[in-house]
Design a protein around this ligand. Sequence first.
Ligand code: AHR
Length: 531
Amino acid sequence: MKLLIHLARSRILAWAAGASLTALMVCAPGLAQPKPIELAIAADPTGPVIDRHIFGQFAEHLGTGIYGGVWVGRDSPIPNVRGIRTDVVTALRALKVPNVRWPGGCFADEYHWRDGIGPADRRRIQINGNWGGVPEPNAFGTHEFMDFAEQIGAEAFISVNIGSGTAAEAAQWLEYMTAEQDTTLARERAANGRAAPWKVPILGLGNENWGCGGSMSAGHYVEEMKRFASFIRNFHPAQRETGRMKRIAVGWDSDRLDYTEEVMKAWQSRVYSWDIEGVSLHKYTTGGWPPRLPATGFGHDEYAIALTDALTMETLLARQSAIMDRYDPGKKLAIAVDEWGVWLAPNPGSNPGFLQQQNSLRDGIVAALNLNIFARHADRVKIANVAQMINVLQAMILTDGGRMVLTPTYHVFRMYVPFQDAQLMPVRFAAGRYGEGAHALPRIDAMAARDKSGQVWLAVVNIDPEAGTSLTVPGYRTAAGEVLTAPRVDSINSFAMPAAVAPRPLRAGGSGPTLTLVVPARSVAVVKLSP
Ligand code: AHR
């Protein structure tokens, strides 16, 4: 009887549909095998498109993110094309990276583009005051960044300096990059090796101007942002029309609601001379500040703390969307989550200003959960940039001299490529519950979409670190794809064991009209479904 009461109490059944992960079904661990979870995929012909730009990356002049990670210089013994390392480019091409945000971050608000153009021996060597106080040689500047973006097949997301720069400086940088006509700046670009203009599809109007970008009040930032938005013009022949370059104003992180509110208020009463296309949101998974969670050698408690924090992305997006809906019910403006990721305690012995951390299976799971949340908010979230691409925070790739290793997060981004520009198909499911100490988490998360060829893809995250989960998917008979898991939630890839956490094939099939798919504990699976 006691057992029945316990089960009845703990069975909270609800649906996790659309943007909601709050609904939970509890199964008492160890008492019974949980029933299979049904994933009901709705064929919604009106579902929003999951913009490929939510799979964007962020590469800041920070630690070895650029120097060492991307740029080794033309004379390096490490194989490179025009100074950009070949192994990294090859690995990134497989991710179909849609855009790279550069040069920061906080670095952007102390970046002066003229320091990074022209002959290598005339570049200004400065101190990177935000990140480790080390010399910044400016060897990697506009031409090198655009070359890198072209080598990996990505678009440029340029953040201009509102904090310590001027509107004229930013406007001239845009002219330098995008002008096709015979202007002084276009001639200078050509003299520096690039005759044809570059496209700049995304422009960041500042970065965290409530903090490292100048500690501005929301009202002050809005006045500055309007000036910059008025004077910065994109002259590329394919981008002259308004809206062809998405201008992203600074919004809030979890503490600064007022930025989004003030930006949206100003946008609602904008005049003809300026406009924006999006507002940013920054959210790091830290489990508290300053970041103390270890990158390796942690247990289920710290795993649960990190995942609980990661899932608050859902609430933050819902809150930012609600503010934007009041001023923009037609959803013209996008949310750009242009910094997100796991921010952990730095690797022991590393320069704390370099934000170097290992990357575990847990971080891959956090990546998948965030990508699923962005996809479910695809009507508003059109851009997102994981922080950061290489060697910094939640990196895709770690390098050490000539060595390179792909992280679990890299594998998740590679597995999610089919979702780029696919149409969201809402999934209804009772998520179940996984509890660890004070933390109650859903057992699974799921997201589905139809790609342009009509193929249906399903992503499932099994959060439970100990138990596999059986899923049923009505309307489909077979599944084929990959699953990422490892012996422990803190399993990592190292230079010595680079494939300890690597995707492996996952297949399921049956004769009936309902597919049964078993996903292992602590895993991310992406499968193609066939009816
Ligand atoms: O990604 C590291 C830093 O985090 C960025 O420079 C800044 O914008 C944020 O606070």
